[in-house]
Design a protein around this ligand. Structure first.
Ligand SMILES: C[S@@+](CC[C@H](N)C(=O)[O-])C[C@H]1O[C@@H](n2cnc3c(N)ncnc32)[C@H](O)[C@@H]1O
Length: 328
């Protein structure tokens, strides 16, 4: 029973942390090394009861320290809650807040068979910006593994399909001096991707192509294509169609790289993969988390060979396949 109760109470931790992001408490600590209750209540014009309860809860969670009457960030948070790192981290936290407000609609999603849709249309653009920046935060965290595990020596033209802000493309192009990359994503992603391209060391070898990759021409031909966190958005049928299209956009001998969440054969773990599948149920028409075997079968059906796992840790799977050299 203990585990059951613990699991139920987990949401309270997330809500306290996300509230600290949403209300500006973390921003306050970016600017103030330490604070008393009086100072912080005055700053926000909040009553001190609420802020004291929240700050003490953040101490209990290990994210603030309290000494005498002063609160300060714990060492573990100070490395990310600072002027340099916090803006992108905050985008991700706000994105998670939005997801949280959707997750409480899971019963209706199950009953209707439809994803949750926010009623207010005017937030769609702002939500997309927040989503893309929060992807940038996640990409920053994951780039090192991708560079370590995927060898693109000798490749010339990368398509980063649904590449979002393009940080993976930037990292590859910065590493491989002969490589150019095209980030293909929804047109409204372009401004953010261009912003990151400009800040990179190689802006001239990066380009953005806007469109819907299910219906629009992908460009090419490419000798390497990356689909990172794409297959989980769509159904198996949609993915097979997409992979065929990717195959057709590639040069013989080209490499496809898939990076995605993974479920075990039985689809009963790892837990993060299952919870991600629930997230797809709430937020997409047909998305899900898939097994290695499912993704391998789709790649085979689309014509790819030499399919193998390149890396697997926790919820992150990297797999590769090749388009046969004599298949054009
Ligand atoms: C989950 S994000 C992954 C972003 C990036 N590849 C990564 O791993 O961080 C999915 C991306 O695919 C884009 N996307 C999804 N469906 C798309 C479509 N049909 N056409 C173009 N872009 C699409 C979204 O705009 C978003 O940037």
């Amino acid at each position: 029973m203990d585990k059951f109760v613990e699991d139920i109470y987990q949401y309270r931790r997330a809500v306290v942390l996300l509230t600290a992001a949403k209300t500006g408490i973390f921003d306050y600590f970016v600017k103030h090394e330490q604070t008393t209750l009086q100072e912080i209540s005055r700053f926000f014009s909040w009553n001190s009861r609420g802020i004291e309860i929240i700050l003490n809860a953040l101490c209990a969670l290990g994210y603030l320290n309290k000494k005498n009457d002063n609160y300060r960030l714990s060492d573990s948070l100070r490395t990310t809650v600072n002027q340099k790192e916090f803006p992108l981290l905050k985008e991700w936290l706000l994105h998670e807040w939005r997801l949280l407000t959707r997750w409480v609609h899971l019963p209706e999603v199950l009953e209707s068979g439809l994803p949750f849709r926010e009623p207010e249309k005017n937030t769609v653009h702002r939500n997309h910006r927040n989503f893309i920046y929060s992807m940038a935060h996640r990409e920053q965290e994951n780039t090192r593994v991708l560079l370590e595990k995927i060898d693109l020596s000798g490749y010339k033209k990368l398509l980063d399909l649904g590449g979002g802000p393009g940080l993976f493309s930037i990292a590859f192009v910065e590493k491989y001096s002969d490589l150019k990359a095209t980030v293909f994503d929804a047109p409204e992603t372009e401004n953010i991707a261009q912003e990151f391209f400009k800040k990179s060391r190689v802006p001239t070898r990066l380009q953005f192509r806007g469109g819907d990759f299910r219906n629009d021409d992908l460009g090419g031909p490419f000798d390497v294509v990356l689909l990172s966190s794409i297959l989980h958005i769509y159904s198996p049928e949609e993915n097979i169609r997409l992979l065929h299209k990717v195959y057709d956009s590639m040069l013989p001998g080209g490499k496809i790289i898939i990076r995605d969440f993974l479920l075990n054969k039985n689809k009963t773990g790892p837990l993060m993969g299952n919870l991600f599948a629930v997230n797809m149920l709430i937020n997409t028409e047909n998305g899900n988390a898939y097994t290695y075997r499912e993704m391998k079968t789709w790649l085979k059906e689309s014509g790819f060979v030499e399919i193998k796992k390149a890396y697997l840790q926790g919820r992150m799977l990297l797999m590769e396949g090749i388009k046969l050299a004599d298949s054009l």
